[in-house]
Unconditional design. Sequence first.
Length: 129
Amino acid sequence: MKYKELYRAAQQIMQNAYAPYSRFKVGAALLTKSGEVFTGVNVENSSYGAAICAERTAYVKAVSEGYREFEAIAVASSGGEAYPCGICRQFMFEFGEELKIITGEDEDHLHITEIKELLPEGFRLNKEY
Ligand code: THU
């Protein structure tokens, strides 16, 4: 799947965002290495800290369905180009350092970065511990 198409999927799902508090809608579309796409939106809460970001929603959906290998994630927002927050960066890093992050103002101005650029030296639990 082309990254432009993935970004469009993120833009489309954004309309389902539940963001009555920030009014900042975010949509994400996560592409697995085998070609499936899982989408997600931000879901806010009266208890603000309980909100979940669009990226983690997409990951939770995919991992719940048994997918753990991802190629790319596109992120679209109602407020212009948006890069994943710090918590989401760590969350995504867990599943691979090569993940591509697709962001942009619109589908004709996309920026492609990798999670290892956005989160150098991300945390890994030493399994020997
Ligand atoms: N948000 C995301 O969905 N993804 C991000 O990477 C950054 C922030 C959401 C959380 C909250 O619902 C709204 O954007 C404003 O912070």
